[in-house]
Design a protein around this ligand. Structure first.
Ligand code: UD1
Length: 430
């Protein structure tokens, strides 16, 4: 398995182009199951997760063509017919979002068999809200030996679905399923994450009728069929926020391009409060920090969008490990999302966890050490910490990073970070 080695202490200077959002791309790819015409997705990130999903879609009957143009990557998907409505465990296990093929398969073929998902090790992560939404739309659901068996022989019918709490996955899944249901569907207390807005915009280009985009109530007028479309994937706000935090951690000046500052408004507010300089542009944001001046500790609590993203919590904690004072970081979305804490501790951070709350007492310096990543966002928090740690940090289990960050070493390296990948073939991991 590959590892990443970082020698801390280098300032970052330069610009980083932000990729298309992983969490949007994988839902947009799934939308291609809803039509027999081609769906062309531009500004596509090339990631392990998009590759996994591509494999699953091909198994279900999609043709997939990837083209890397100088101006960006593109994926064309076309599902003339569903050749199999079965999503097996070995493919769904690798990526939780692939569970969301269930609704489109039912909408297109009237039945499906999809494995219950695995995914990051960040809590129980049930799918009860997904299944309730599909049942409300008229699907009959049976659970048997780890699989969901779904049937809707007479088709799906619109319904009013009120989510008891905000769920990104369940909102997207209900949206993907309802566009081809007969009549009107209302999704109340829907998630407002920008990736859901991006999916809704793409579905509307395909002929869907979705109203209330970016609000917490989505109204969908079902249509008989969808057509092909061309859609550019929204910029990745988590990648944007991660590199903003990397620049703040290492010090220097980095311009993040091909993105939108408002996608990370809650993070930028906290960074400014901590003493980081932020300049917004039409195509992104510039982050400036004098490494000689210590940042101030600030508190954050994760929340659904537009609140502070849970996917940026670990990276923000890395920044707070060297801030002046104590920062309280509260995780409200997942019950077990502090696995990075002991690893940051190996670098010299002083953090104590009680329930969903971490107290970070800033230290003057971190020291490099070998560390291990346990999930996607946690692993990149260790890279960020390594940028400021004295000496060398080796991050093991880099396959987590490869799920969600495109060319991470190249992007940071181009700004002067001392970072390199050690191929797993060259040296054993353990
Ligand atoms: C969540 C995050 C999303 C992040 C992603 C990957 C929120 C609101 N969601 O999305 O920003 O990108 O993880 O880290 O910030 N739940 C149920 N039953 C369900 C579905 C969810 O109880 O059927 C619970 C989850 O366990 C969790 C909460 O609802 O506590 C929110 O989950 P949800 O938004 O669905 O998770 P993801 O879609 O994975």
């Amino acid at each position: 398995m590959d590892r990443i080695a970082i020698t801390g202490g280098a300032r970052l200077e330069g610009s980083i182009p932000i990729s298309g959002a992983k969490n949007s791309a994988i839902k947009l790819m799934t939308a291609s199951l809803l039509t027999d015409e081609p769906l062309r997705l531009t500004n596509m990130p090339r990631l392990a997760d998009t590759r996994f999903l591509g494999k699953l879609l091909q198994r279900l009957g999609s043709e997939l063509v990837e083209t890397d143009w100088p101006e960006g990557a593109e994926t064309m998907l076309r599902t003339r017919e569903i050749v199999s409505a079965i999503a097996p465990y070995d493919l769904v296990r690798q990526m939780r979002a692939s569970f969301n093929v269930l609704g489109p398969l039912i909408a297109r073929t009237g039945q499906a068999k999809v494995s219950l998902p695995g995914g990051c090790a960040i809590g129980a992560r049930p799918v009860d809200l997904h299944l309730k939404a599909l049942e409300a739309l008229g699907a009959r659901i049976d659970l048997h030996e780890g699989y969901v068996y779904a049937q809707a022989p007479r088709g799906l019918t619109g319904a009013r679905i009120e989510f008891p709490f905000v769920s990104v996955g369940a909102t997207e899944h209900a949206l993907l399923t309802a566009v081809l249901a007969k009549g009107e569907t209302q999704l109340v207390n829907a998630a407002c994450e920008p990736e859901i807005g991006d999916l809704a915009l793409c579905l509307n280009k395909m002929g869907a009728k979705i109203f209330g985009i970016d609000s917490s109530t989505l109204v969908i007028q079902g249509v008989d069929r969808l057509r092909g479309a061309v859609h550019s994937v929204i910029p990745d706000r988590i990648e944007t926020g991660t590199y903003a935090l990397a620049a703040a951690m290492a010090g220097g000046q980095v311009r993040l391009t091909n993105t939108r500052a408002e996608l990370i408004g809650a993070l930028l507010d906290k960074m400014i409060e901590a003493g980081v300089q932020v300049e917004r542009h039409d195509d992104g944001v510039t982050i400036r920090r004098d490494p000689a001046v210590r940042l101030k500790a600030v508190d954050v609590a994760t929340d659904p969008y537009p609140g502070f993203a849970t996917d940026l919590q670990a990276q923000f904690m890395a920044l707070m490990t060297v801030a002046d004072g104590e920062s309280v970081i509260r995780e409200t979305i997942f019950e077990n999302r502090f696995m990075h804490v002991p690893e940051l501790g190996r670098l010299g951070a002083a953090i104590s966890v009680s329930g969903g709350e971490a107290r970070v007492r800033g230290v003057a310096n971190l020291q490099g050490a070998p560390v291990m990543a346990t999930d996607l966002r946690a692993s990149v928090s260790l890279v960020i910490a390594g940028l400021a740690a004295q000496g060398e940090t080796i991050v093991n289990r880099v396959y987590h990073l490869d799920r969600g960050f495109e060319r991470l070493e190249a992007k940071l390296g181009a700004c002067g970070a001392q970072i390199r990948r050690i191929s797993g073939d060259a040296e054993p991991e353990d």
